[in-house]
Design a protein around this ligand. Structure first.
Ligand code: SF4
Length: 236
């Protein structure tokens, strides 16, 4: 017998996780003025591999301020973009991906403009974004959820995936796409786009504080009662 979404124990676990994390860290709500234009959000994601969010935000703002438009960024010589992205962890790769991605949008849409996505269902819009160079599930979800599109989907980056794996909700070797496909059907139906964003931000916080890649502080972790890895330590 198939369980309905509401009765899935993993859904209740996610609700408890959200409550435990807001109890630990307080609410983390993205203010409306931090919901940026979808193209800005896409650029921030495309240049952001292994870079801190703050650094990528600054680089994205600076690119737009210096060139005046995303079309002008697309036309800039590659070497110039590498220099402009010197603060990113991988400037050459970021510059190449950025140029290729913006050029592909301009070729298809006539301008660096993603407004047509607002007419598509979220999964359809994400599939379109994932045809662009340098764009996979994390970035497509980021554009749809955290920009002014404000759609109900989940951004899954390294911290998020690692914690879900340790908690036992995602297979140990799952990549981002597999983790996304495992989690999306079990998120509480009542969670809005903003709730999904907050869940991601809270997990990121947990990944930076208690559940680090190489060091886990399970004894003080707020989600330990629901975590397979944390509970296993009780019987070890
Ligand atoms: S209990 Fe340990 S393994 Fe589980 S989420 Fe917390 S820190 Fe990570």
């Amino acid at each position: 017998m198939q369980l309905s979404l509401g009765s899935d124990p993993r859904t209740d676990l996610l609700r408890r996780t959200q409550a435990a994390l807001t109890g630990e860290y307080g609410r983390i709500v993205r203010p409306p003025d931090k919901r940026r234009d979808p193209v800005w959000t896409l650029v921030q994601g495309v240049i952001g591999a292994r870079s801190k969010t703050r650094v990528s935000n600054d680089s994205t703002d600076r690119l737009l301020a210096d060139y005046g438009s995303w079309e002008a960024v697309a036309q800039a010589p590659l070497e110039e973009l590498v220099e402009a992205l010197a603060n990113q962890t991988f400037p050459e790769m970021s510059a190449r991906r950025l140029k290729d991605c913006l050029t592909a949008i301009i070729e298809q849409r006539g301008a660096a403009d993603l407004r047509h996505l607002s007419n598509l269902a979220t999964e359809e819009a994400m599939a379109w974004l994932e045809t662009l160079p340098g764009v996979a599930r994390k970035i497509s979800a980021q554009v749809m959820n955290t920009s002014t599109f404000d759609r109900r989907t989940m951004v899954i980056e390294g911290h998020h995936r690692r914690i879900m794996q340790r908690m036992g909700l995602v297979p140990a070797k799952a990549d981002t796409l597999r983790a996304y496909n495992a989690l999306m059907p079990i998120f509480p139906e009542e969670w809005s786009a903003a709730d999904m964003d907050e869940h991601h931000l809270l997990l990121k916080k947990l990944g930076q504080s208690h559940c680090r890649p190489s060091r886990m502080a399970c004894e003080a972790c707020p989600v330990r009662p629901d975590c397979e890895t944390g509970k296993a330590q009780d019987v070890a």
